[in-house]
Design a protein around this ligand. Structure first.
Ligand SMILES: C[S@@+](CC[C@H](N)C(=O)[O-])C[C@H]1O[C@@H](n2cnc3c(N)ncnc32)[C@H](O)[C@@H]1O
Length: 288
């Protein structure tokens, strides 16, 4: 392992979605949306949106799920999306307009404290957009105020890191070369809600009931369908936090990590399908 001091010890836990991380999500949107597509389909099927529903979507990113929801709730339904990244709000507003969807609008705000306009809503949903709240109980209690009594919330969140080698195996390989501190348990970040008991306690304290967890697992293609070891490496090194951290290390270390990760991806490559690795997520449903 290198003796090089870690330049950003909290970089993995403190993702700056209003700034750098939002920009990075947009710059790598095709890769991100392609990678998580299998979970997205399971999430939308589980959520079963219906025509006429009034829906609040939190942390919509580049808007792939927003497009599907806006179509599912037409005619008569309306979608309000709230995201903290100005770049993603602007891009998604343009994307839905280009799709000819007029029943959705998008607001740039921190969902943890925003006063949600035009409520109450019947549904609240988020695909991987709620794991970043520094104070999750207060954030969910705030969002609950926007729902009518009995309104339904649907969340997709990643299960534990060890059940998601598509993200965690590359981090483990990186740790062979640099000192990368592990985030404290439940720290805001992709795996904050990997423990269902923890998320159940948060939602209960925030006032939600009838909480249920459905596990979805399988394989996804790192970097999107048809990825190769090279394109998967290009995607993860540009898009994920570890790639950014590595940029502050000497070239030789960057190359050694890249060689290990490329070897990992080569072992998981199925020609025509992509770099296929295991994932697991929770689909969480509750009532306000
Ligand atoms: C992992 S991305 C998921 C994007 C999208 N839902 C998808 O699945 O493609 C997380 C999203 O949550 C947003 N986000 C993070 N913290 C937020 C907050 N406090 N309020 C609103 N949006 C937030 C980010 O800007 C980003 O768009």
């Amino acid at each position: 392992m290198s003796s090089h001091a870690n330049p950003a010890p909290d970089a993995i836990t403190m993702e700056d979605w209003a700034g750098d991380m939002g920009e990075r999500w947009l710059a790598n949107l095709k890769g991100f949306e392609g990678t998580i597509a299998p979970v997205g389909e399971a999430f939308l099927a589980h959520s079963a949106f219906a025509p006429g529903e009034r829906v609040l979507e939190i942390g919509f990113g580049g808007g792939a799920s927003s497009i599907a929801i806006a179509r599912a709730i037409a005619p008569g339904g309306v979608l309000l999306g709230i995201d903290i990244s100005p770049d993603l709000v602007a891009a998604t507003t343009r994307r839905l307009a280009a799709e000819g969807l007029t029943n959705a609008r998008f607001l740039c705000a921190d969902a943890a404290g925003v006063s949600v306009p035009d409520g109450p809503y019947e549904r609240l949903c988020s695909r991987f957009g709620t794991m970043f709240f520094p104070e999750p109980v207060a954030a969910f209690a705030n969002l609950r105020k926007a729902l009518r009594p009995g309104g339904r919330i649907d969340l997709a969140v990643w299960a534990a890191p060890q059940d998601n080698p598509w993200m965690s195996a590359g981090v483990a390989l990186t740790r062979r070369h640099i000192d990368l501190p592990s985030p404290p348990p439940h720290a805001p970040g992709p795996f904050a809600f990997g423990d269902p008991d923890y998320l159940r306690a948060i939602l209960t304290e925030a006032g939600f009931g009838a909480i249920s967890f459905t596990r979805v697992e399988g394989q996804l293609s790192v970097g999107g369908a048809g990825s190769t070891p090279e394109t998967a490496l290009a995607f993860t090194s540009q898009a994920l936090a570890t790639g950014r951290i590595l940029l502050d290390y000497p070239e030789a270390i960057q190359q050694a990590v890249a060689a290990d990760v490329l070897d990992l991806y080569a072992r998981h490559h199925r020609p025509g399908e992509g770099v296929m690795m295991d994932y697991a997520a929770w689909l969480v449903t509750a009532r306000a």
